[in-house]
Design a binder for this molecule. Structure first.
Ligand code: FES
Length: 222
């Protein structure tokens, strides 16, 4: 489990992030998120706003983004919420980074199905490339985090990197994905198993077979 403490509140942190505010593009997205909720319930938008703030920090730092304390305070002011309420959300959900991360945040699932299917080997692959859990690699490219089940057990083992999942991994397949990202290319996302479309059984579907090639209507056959 990674450290869920916010980064220390230092003068340097205040200097760098104290004047943070949404850019016009992010402000438009934030206001759109707030408008989804009834009048007086704007605080319900705290999660999308934290996500947007993290993404803007990511763009400004060429990383996946994180949430410095002054940025969390900005979101609290934006929603007229006590800072502690926003901090509670930011520290609870793993999708928010509380420390600086690299350009690519490599989150390896280590829960039982992935562990039984080889997640230890994936962690070893990451370690061999200089990744250390909870730290940004020297080249600024990577941060490694071990996480709990991310709901892709049928295609275990899996890794989430920034917004994408990579599934049915082996050390060689993960090496290739990391090589592609390091070279600035976007590797194929989802399952890496040749011939597998999503999470259907290996060897092909065993039910609803007519839907493989068309949107077959089964209702008359029930
Ligand atoms: S155990 Fe890894 S995705 Fe569920």
């Amino acid at each position: 489990m990674a450290d869920r403490q916010p980064a220390p509140d230092t003068p340097e942190l205040r200097e760098r992030w104290g004047s943070f505010e949404f850019s016009p593009a992010y402000k438009a997205k934030a206001d759109k998120a707030i408008a989804r909720y009834p009048q007086g319930r704007q605080r319900s938008a705290v999660m999308p706003l934290l996500d947007l703030a993290q993404r803007q920090v990511g763009e400004e730092t060429n990383t996946q983004g994180w949430l410095p304390l002054p940025v969390i305070e900005y979101v609290a002011r934006y929603l007229d919420m006590p800072v502690i309420r926003v901090l509670e959300v930011a520290t609870f959900y793993f999708m928010y980074n509380l420390r600086p991360v690299g350009k690519y945040h490599v989150q390896v699932c280590g829960t039982t199905p992935c562990m039984l299917r080889g997640s230890d080997d994936l962690l070893e692959t990451c370690r061999k490339r200089g990744m250390v859990k909870g730290h940004v690699s020297e080249d600024g490219l990577w941060t490694l985090t071990e996480v709990e089940c991310m709901g892709n057990c049928a295609t275990a083992p899996m890794v989430q990197i920034n917004d994408d999942n990579y599934e049915d991994l082996t050390p060689e397949r993960l090496e290739h994905i990391l090589d592609e990202l390091a070279a600035g290319r976007q590797p194929k996302t989802g399952t890496q198993e040749p011939g597998r479309h999503t999470s259907e059984p290996l060897g092909g579907p065993t039910t609803l077979k007519e839907m493989v090639t068309e949107n077959h209507d089964y209702r008359g056959e029930w």
